[in-house]
Design a protein around this ligand. Sequence first.
Ligand SMILES: [Zn+2]
Ligand SMILES: [Zn+2]
Length: 173
Amino acid sequence: MQFHIQETMSKGLKTTVNEELDVSDLFKGRQDVYRTGPLRVSLQVTGHEGFIEADGELAIDLELACSRCLDPVKEHTIIPFSEVFKPASPSAERDENSDEEESDFIEVDAERLDLRPYVEEALQLFMPFAPLCSNDCKGLCPTCGQNLNEHKCSCSTEKIDVRFAALKDLFKE
Ligand SMILES: [Zn+2]
Ligand SMILES: [Zn+2]
C-alpha cells in the first residue's frame, strides 16, 4: 500500500489495492473490543497531475461489547474511504487560505505515500461508539451486575419494594 508520489502522479498510474491487514494491535487494551477480523482494504488509487486519489471501501468483522450488558455484538462494518493526497507544498507557497483547503486533501511530506495509517485512522474513527446487542437491551444491574436480559435479580425488585413500602407507610399516617 505504498506509492511513490511523484511517479504515481507523473505517470498517472491507476492501481487497485486489495489487501487484508491485521489490525488487532490497534485495539489492544480496549476492553470493549473483543475481536477484530482482518481489515479488508479495496481501493482504487489513481495518480493525477498534482495529486493522488484513493477511493473505495474498507470492510471488517468486529465483535464488540454491548455498551449496556457487555454481551458480544457482532458487526460487519463497511467503511467508505475517499481521500486526496498531495505532496506537501513548500511553506513559502502557503497562503492565508491554506487552512480552509486543508480539509479537502491530505498533505504528505515524504517521497512515498503509505496508505496504511490513513486506512487505520478511518477504521478508528468509524468504530461504533456505543454498540447495543438489541435496542431494548436491559443492561446490567448496577448493584449486583446481573445481566437483566437473562433474568431479573433480587436487588431490582427489592428497590421497588422499598419504595412501595415507604409509600404504604405514608398512607397509613
Ligand atoms: Zn446488551
Ligand atoms: Zn441486582
